[in-house]
Design a protein around this ligand. Sequence first.
Ligand SMILES: Cc1ncc(COP(=O)(O)O)c(C=O)c1O
Length: 361
Amino acid sequence: MIPPVPHIGSMAGYALADLSAPAGKRLVSLSQNESLRPPSPAVAEALARAATSPQLYPDPDWTVLREAIADRHEVTAANILCGNGSLDLIGCLARAYLDPGTAALAPAHAYPFFRTATQMTGARFDTASETGATVDVDALLAQVTPETRIVFVANPGNPTGTRISRAGLLRLREGLPGDVMLVIDEAYGEFADHLGERMFDLVERGDTVVLRTFSKAYGLAGMRVGWGLFPPAIAAETRKVMNPNNVALPGQMAAHAALLDHDYMRETCAQTAVLRDAFATRLRAAGYELHESFTNFALIRFASPEAAESANRALRTDGVFLRPQGGAGLPECLRATISVADDMDLAASLLEDWARNGGKR
Ligand SMILES: Cc1ncc(COP(=O)(O)O)c(C=O)c1O
């Protein structure tokens, strides 16, 4: 047997969604926070064009894509890095800035990949308690140690769905030492953009990175395209550990086409919000507890981890897959991606049935 390096041998791998539908049932996957509809029709045309030159390497600088992102968000193209999904960028940041003896810090119910990326480097992963499944700035600041190099905050959060205000993030940044990087992961940012609380200006300080993705509101999860706005010095170090040619040509072209069809993306967000709020209202009427969500999913809280597990089993029998949240420190919760109306109706009906049959919300 060939042993891996010790910190890899002792870490748990990132838990992937289990999508094995029961025989004969249609799989209704509400487990990966994918978009409720395919991307803009312009994407199919872009993919057809990309299909004519697969013998060529993609642009390693994502030039066309990042200029379009820069235009859309009124930021500097040179400070944008694109990734093979934003996961890629999170991993690169961890590799460039963490090593054994250092630590990363995140809220207790943060996106589990922050832990995975940190542990891959041999660094320690610390957490700070949340209040009402919402990032608690004071608790985070209290957990900073001399070893802390990165603070990861997803806003809105996954799996919580909650968000903190721009004022809260500014207070967090002000309270962190200048040599601690703040990574604001806005994978669900488009679902909250209508609130007008942009964070890109914080990058100009030199110690903060803002990440976004095309996987959610733009409906391109299968294309694997994320991006981030980086201070120049952090971008330079991050590029050293990045796989060159990390975003395939179809991904770059698809993301570009999706970005240009801004109205289509906004309509996706609007449709999602209507279905999400109707789903939450219906479940609350059936006695369930849900936090307000600013994303394309809802977090449902049960009376106990056992109750959540029992509801999960019941829904899976009918092919409806929610995502258990033990990995994010919320074993009493299930997360439901907001999908098309029929699928949400089915999920809500099954949860109503489960409660009616004595299940404990
Ligand atoms: C908070 C958060 N960050 C990052 C990601 C990764 O997204 P991707 O790699 O598809 O861009 C996800 C995906 O679910 C997420 O929820």
